[in-house]
Design a protein around this ligand. Structure first.
Ligand SMILES: [Mg+2]
Length: 211
């Protein structure tokens, strides 16, 4: 479904069906806490390496541990959403079709079935343009929580930038930071001011039951 400035793929499938593997996944050792209903995930710098405006499928590289973490979460029935600011579209660096191609490449690399994500929201606006969904807007998170009957307290926003954390805080979900990207240091003061814990990867977050 396409609306102005946003592409959303609503939940049309059962997560269990989406994780029917041709072969068993090689990681079944660690459990997923039962109190996690949904993850709202930033894309660049959280799931794939952020190489500064990712518009080329050849540059798509999964951050180590991403596949294992998402596989475990899907097996546990956690709904996964992506919320990604892609101002490179309206800056003219690449097109919305390029962003979608990068998403497809990422999903191919994940190898977790054709539709591991219950919804993908792309905000193509520049920071100086009005936008309904560009982070730190909490709107997409709020809409998905309502549409899917999810508990905000049992849902997380995870990303590497202040706008990710601020969107999650505004939506009332729990928030975690990925702190491995090259430019992270400049955002650490904001992260610490917000009291948000940092993890080296999504898998690192998932593996820390004391979060
Ligand atoms: Mg990011």
């Amino acid at each position: 479904m396409t609306t102005a400035g946003v592409i959303r793929r609503r939940d049309r499938y059962d997560n269990r069906a989406a994780t029917t593997f041709d072969r068993p996944p090689p990681f079944r050792t660690a459990a997923v806490p039962a109190d996690i209903q949904a993850l709202f995930l930033d894309r660049d710098g959280t799931l794939i390496e952020d190489c500064h405006f990712v518009g080329d499928v050849e540059k798509v590289t999964l951050i180590p541990g991403t596949r294992e973490a998402l596989a475990r979460l899907l097996e546990a029935g956690t709904k996964l959403f992506i919320l990604t600011n892609q101002s490179g579209v309206n800056r003219g660096y690449f097109t919305l079709a390029d962003v979608e191609a990068v998403n497809r490449r990422m999903i191919d690399l994940l190898d977790l079935g054709p539709s591991p994500f219950a919804g993908i929201c792309i905000a193509p606006e520049r920071p100086d343009e009005p936008s309904r969904y560009r982070k730190p807007s909490p709107r997409f998170i709020e809409e998905m929580l309502a549409d899917h009957g999810l508990s905000a307290a049992a849902s997380w926003m995870i990303g590497d930038r202040p706008s990710d954390w601020e969107a999650g805080i505004a939506a009332g979900v729990q928030v975690a930071a990925i702190t491995s990207s090259a430019t992270q240091a400049e955002w650490d003061a904001r992260r610490l001011a917000l009291g948000i814990r940092g993890y080296t990867s999504l898998l690192d977050w998932l593996d820390h039951a004391d979060r």
